[in-house]
Ligand binder design. Structure first.
Ligand SMILES: Nc1ncnc2c1ncn2[C@@H]1O[C@H](COP(=O)(O)OP(=O)(O)OP(=O)(O)O)[C@@H](O)[C@H]1O
Ligand SMILES: [Mg+2]
Length: 256
């Protein structure tokens, strides 16, 4: 069964960073094939992975409005285009959603898209969905279920409060979420005790599990500046060990 992992959290907290680190974890542990979906209209997961994007689903949806090759249904055409748009790498594929529909949406295209996505999903063991900030956005993606919702927070009182609100919104938004985790990112080490108390209260009261804390990392900053892929970070580097310990906690029962 395909497991869906979605990232949520306030803007700039580290969702895309966490998605890239998680992809490294899944490929390193042969928890593959994996599909990484960049669902941020301003796609940038590819940059952290150092991959070029050619086609997005937004472009395909637009193409579907025009003429399609004879002898093909729109449904088949869309499926073919989606397969062509996948960036295929060792152990994982990357798909970029691109711009959403503007006014005058060709709504049938969204239906074809959802159907094709459902069929495609079955090819993968894990699907990571990197989102832009905002839970409404996540609910618009119409995922059939989310096995793991990873809520990323910055190390501030307001950040933790936002994470908590996100966790509490999943019910009203009718998202089918199996487990939700809090990850506090870019944290000072050691973490101030007043902040730790807020974290402890938030996980209990908003029904999250604390997956762990990723400290502020010079390694991540310099890797991003160098333009090299996060997948190339050394496995014995501090930040990879810290991130992998978090993912071990989340996926322990799933490891082969
Ligand atoms: N643990 C960390 N240590 C140092 N820098 C970090 C860390 N995590 C993230 N950053 C940096 O913070 C910035 C924002 O991170 P990222 O893009 O992952 O956030 P985001 O939640 O995806 O943002 P958005 O809401 O815009 O999609 C990036 O420049 C990233 O390199
Ligand atoms: Mg992002």
């Amino acid at each position: 069964m395909t497991q869906i992992i979605a990232l949520a959290g306030k803007g700039g907290t580290g969702k895309t960073t966490t998605a890239a680190l998680l992809l490294k974890y899944l490929t390193a542990h042969k928890m593959t094939p994996a599909l990484a979906v960049d669902a941020d209209a301003n796609a940038n997961l590819n940059e952290l992975l150092h991959l070029d994007v050619r086609t997005t689903l937004g472009t395909i949806r637009k193409e579907l409005k025009g003429d399609i090759p004879p002898g093909m249904s729109r449904d088949q055409y869309m499926e073919m285009k989606i397969h062509q748009s996948l960036i295929e790498e060792e152990g994982f594929d990357l798909m970029v959603m691109g711009q959403p529909d503007g006014p005058g949406c060709y709504c049938a295209a969204n239906q074809y898209l959802a159907m094709s996505m459902d069929r495609l999903a079955d090819n993968y063991q894990y699907i990571i969905v990197d989102n832009e900030a905002g839970m409404e956005h996540l609910s618009r993606l119409n995922l059939r279920k989310i096995d793991y919702l990873l809520i990323v927070s910055d190390p501030s009182a307001r950040g933790i409060l936002t994470a908590r609100r996100i966790a509490e919104l999943t019910g009203p938004l009718q998202l089918d979420i199996r487990q939700q985790y809090l990850i506090v990112n870019r944290a000072p080490d050691p973490i101030p005790s007043a902040l730790q108390e807020k974290i402890d209260a938030a996980v209990v009261e908003a029904n999250m599990q604390l997956a762990g804390i990723i400290p502020a990392s010079e390694e991540l900053v310099s890797q991003e500046l160098s333009g090299e892929s996060y997948l190339q970070l050394a496995e014995d580097s501090k930040v990879i060990q810290q991130a992998f310990a978090i993912f071990d906690r989340i996926f322990k029962s799933k490891k082969p």
